[in-house]
Design a protein around this ligand. Sequence first.
Ligand SMILES: Nc1ncnc2c1ncn2[C@@H]1O[C@H](COP(=O)(O)OP(=O)(O)O)[C@@H](O)[C@H]1O
Ligand SMILES: CC(=O)N[C@@H](CCC(=O)OP(=O)(O)O)C(=O)O
Length: 294
Amino acid sequence: MDEKMLEEESLKAKVLIEALPYIRYFSGKYVVVKYGGSAMLDAELQKNVIRDVALLKLIGMKPIIVHGGGKEISKWVKLSGKEPEFYNGLRVTDKDTMEIAEMVLFKVNQELVAMMAQQGIKAVGLSGKDAEMMRVEKKEVPGKDLGYVGNVTEVNTDLLEALIEDDFVPVISPIGLGEDYAGYNINADDTACAIASALNAEKLVFLTDIEGVFIDPEDKSTLISEMDLTQAHEFVDKGVVGGGMLPKLKNCIEAIENGVARVHILDGRLDHCLLLEFFTQKGIGTAILKDPIF
Ligand SMILES: Nc1ncnc2c1ncn2[C@@H]1O[C@H](COP(=O)(O)OP(=O)(O)O)[C@@H](O)[C@H]1O
Ligand SMILES: CC(=O)N[C@@H](CCC(=O)OP(=O)(O)O)C(=O)O
């Protein structure tokens, strides 16, 4: 080996050593990864994300994937001749749209399951209907009927825990079982928050299409790398965050208040974002933590 090669190999060894305390800490713990549709840009990127999740599993963590697919659902709604409609970030879901959403989410789910298999990991695709895992009530908002949109009322973790105990990785789609036993469309961030809370997960990671939470999204120097609950509440109340980031940050707060130890918002378009977040001292994106940061 020449000197340059030796230097490169030694750098790899250093990376592994830096990862050691994190591997030890997270081993055996539940980590929920919310993989949003906006971060599923192409097959190569999806493969990288899935490979990272496979690695987390192989070194002893208990990962659970909750996926979205909003963009893909909108594509198929348009192909059916309708215009997708959203109200406060939630899809207005009539019966036909629900049928499309269930078909599309099943397809996305099974693609992710197959990609996990390609990495040698046994993954199982589930929706909230399986074993009544996620029960929902119809979401009521003043002045608008959202149709088949659900609020999670109960998560039954028995099936999840049994699967994980048997070494399977659950891949969950954001569909819940209604009081009328029909399928309901749930926002995927809400789904991830509900699952992570019910499992008391050590970590919940949102993979999205922006580097993290910004004070001003137009000014990249204003990225917040860590915030505590007080700051997160302030950001929501003072309207610092808007768009899709607002419900996401509210979910982060709810997850922490429900016992999830740490929540992260990362740019899922960045290659190996999960590894960079889990195994480096500085991490990437925005971390929301329970206790004040000194
Ligand atoms: N202060 C902010 N910091 C970061 N993102 C913000 C902020 N305010 C609004 N946003 C918007 O929130 C979006 C992320 O939410 P969303 O599109 O719902 O993601 P996903 O589809 O992954 O769930 C970003 O692309 C950005 O345009
Ligand atoms: C009620 C509601 O809005 N449901 C979402 C579910 C999918 C989702 O949230 O996907 P992303 O994470 O990719 O946005 C929808 O129909 O788009």
